[in-house]
Design a protein around this ligand. Structure first.
Ligand SMILES: Nc1ncnc2c1ncn2[C@@H]1O[C@H](COP(=O)(O)OP(=O)(O)OP(=O)(O)O)[C@@H](O)[C@H]1O
Ligand SMILES: [Mg+2]
Length: 311
């Protein structure tokens, strides 16, 4: 029995969410009033870790923060949600990163200062943690600038140590869509892109062609389709799942909550279809509140919501 079900390596930063009908800034020193502002748990990797902990997985996290209020806020919030942060590093030389999210009902724009996200190095990672976990997940591949070149070797080590692995690259701010990703994908068991990311990474305009290309490298690919739900491709077979009908408040972190649900099913040897159902439920339910973690469901909540919708 391993101490942790899930070890997440990734970026740690808060989100400042500015929400309203019209959140487009107007320059020329104009001031606009908006409906809501909140400082919340941010970063794709931490939101995924929180979603997994909420479902009942034992989760540990590896990442870096600066010696500042944003860093302390994040480590405190993670601890409150039962995530082991003993392997997180406080780097006095670099400030914690931060995302400002301009969120309106149909879309959002994100401004990110990378801070410690881009400076996390392999030397800051306690590799002894690999022996204590069943599964290794990485979020935000394209934001981890200093760590990225080391990731294929680190994941090869994790696989050799018997861990299963998953990856959600999220968006590439440089829009280059490789940066060494093709060396990492062969060490990944479960790949979790959204539709746009899957197409851009595979270099195909058509989703089915993109899936065929990615399936040459990764055995299981679960794709997030936003308001269309999701799909999973495994051993040449494909399953689709619509989302749950919810009153959407904020879609921040829906993809990360989906990842948590799919990894939960994966770690419990559920069928692909059952894992996808839970993933879509976790994604949909997470949109009921502002921020990535405010409405993440427990397993029982997700199951009840699925049953109510007849899934
Ligand atoms: N408008 C919506 N209504 C209902 N469910 C939704 C909606 N948007 C997203 N979801 C659910 O959340 C899941 C993941 O969302 P999405 O496809 O937006 O992921 P993503 O693009 O990776 O997002 P992120 O910005 O968090 O990385 C979807 O598969 C779906 O089940
Ligand atoms: Mg995503």
């Amino acid at each position: 029995m391993k101490e942790f079900d899930l070890l997440v390596i990734g970026e740690i930063n808060p989100d400042l969410i500015l929400r309203g009908q019209d959140v487009t800034p107007a320059f020329g020193q104009a001031e606009k009033l908006i409906e809501d502002a909140a400082l919340t748990i941010g970063s794709s990797s931490v939101i995924m870790a929180c979603g997994a902990a909420r479902l009942g997985l034992k989760v540990a996290f590896i990442g870096a923060v600066g010696d500042d209020e944003f860093g302390r806020f994040m480590l405190d919030q993670m601890g409150q949600r039962g995530i082991d942060t003993s392997a997180c590093v406080v780097d006095p030389a670099v400030p914690t990163g931060m995302s400002v999210i301009l969120s309106r009902p149909d879309d959002r724009a994100i401004l990110t200062f990378s801070g410690t996200m881009s400076t996390l190095t392999i030397d800051q990672i306690d590799q002894g943690m690999l022996a204590r976990a069943r599964h290794l997940h990485l979020g935000s591949f394209f934001l981890l600038d200093a760590l990225r070149p080391e990731l294929p070797a680190l994941f090869a080590r994790a696989k050799a140590a018997g861990l299963s692995t998953s990856l959600d690259t999220n968006w590439d701010p440089q829009e280059r869509w490789d940066s060494g990703l093709s060396q990492l994908l062969p060490h990944i068991d479960l790949f979790l892109p959204n539709e746009a990311e899957a197409k851009l990474i595979a270099g195909k305009d058509d989703l089915e062609q993109a899936l065929s290309r990615l399936a040459e490298m990764v055995p299981t690919i679960a794709v997030k389709l936003g308001a269309e739900g999701g799909l999973v491709r495994h051993q040449g077979q494909e399953w689709r799942q619509p989302p749950l009908p919810v009153a959407v408040v904020d879609t921040t972190g829906a993809g990360d909550s989906f990842d948590a649900g799919f990894v939960y099913g994966f770690l419990n040897s559920w069928s692909q279809a059952a894992s996808l159902k839970l993933a879509c439920a976790c994604g949909s339910l997470s949109t009921r509140a502002s921020g990535g973690t405010g409405a993440q469901p427990t397993l029982i909540e997700a199951r009840h919501a699925l049953a109510r919708s007849g899934f």
